[in-house]
Design a protein around this ligand. Sequence first.
Ligand SMILES: Cc1ncc(COP(=O)(O)O)c(C=O)c1O
Length: 373
Amino acid sequence: MIPFIDLKGQYAKLEENVDKAIKKVLMHGQYILGPEVAELEKQLAEFAGTKYCLACSSGTDALLMAMMVMDFKAGDAVFTTPFTFFATVETIALTGATPVFADVEPDTYNMDPAKLREAILKVKAEGKLTPKAIVAVDIFGQCADYDAISAIADEFGLPIIEDAAQSMGAVYKGKRAPSFGKIGCTSFFPAKPLGCYGDGGAVFTDDKDLYDIMYSILVHGRGGDKYDNIRLGLNARLDTIQAAVLLEKLKLFENEIELRQQVTKWYKEELDGVLQIPVVKEGNVSVWAQYCPMSPKFEAIQAALKEADIPSARYYPIPMHLLGAMKYLGYKKGDMPVAEKIAETIFALPMHPYLDQATVKKIASVIKSVVNK
Ligand SMILES: Cc1ncc(COP(=O)(O)O)c(C=O)c1O
């Protein structure tokens, strides 16, 4: 069976060093906020080019901390994309704020800046909600159009949270994600481009005040002393063992991003014109968290792949505004036509840095046998 994401193959390369790093943690015994966590935060901030990084327990908690420090609350409108993983929208809703969707671009699947501007103007004209912030998502590993989104954010005085759960290390015009918002949030879920062996995440910022408050939120709103709780917070720490694993994986990461470019080049050579393949805009380097083409024949393609023992998946079959959990917002089919159209035909092929050319050719030949029938 061809792996969808080859974590076992990656572990084979890391085994000796990861095992040693985990053993070291087991021996020193600082399982919570041990020295590996601080070292990881230092290296990640350097990697992303931000002043501060705070490691935490998941991408979801990273988003929640960012939204808590920005004081999202009932009556706030938070502008985001309908084409993402539910956590982006779920966290906005958990704060009591109202997610307001702006449709996406048909080629990158990322938020369309023109639609964002329209959505902000509409909320302002209605006067029911107060525009609060923009949560942009770097879907499948490619950064959103931050020049255009930042210009709109500045025009309306709104901060940006970058949901970089899928885009750790991606490049946009010479800078790495997650460094494009007031706060950037990433995930170290195992299947992510930089993943640990459990749940994990991090927030990134250049703002010392925001960092200090998030540092407090991370541990139950601690003050100067652990038992002097000065605000409501979470238990959102990253385990020391996961930090130790990530420090080892970080050593391979840049090379893995390069290898991902090679894999997608092979996919492009094989599948351009056969499927609608994903587009990377000029000035971007995607980290290819997923490789998601579109085809009206995706069901037959997935069946043929399964027959050939090749895994595939569907990200994401239901756009956020049509999910049951978001029904209370009152959106209906047709409100986000681009996201809806993408969701109808998009699917995901195996994607990881260690996919070889022969395997890509094999996957492509199965796909061609269906499409060219
Ligand atoms: C776009 C997006 N946002 C947020 C998350 C949440 O991350 P986590 O699973 O680490 O909580 C994910 C993870 O799947 C994601 O893809």
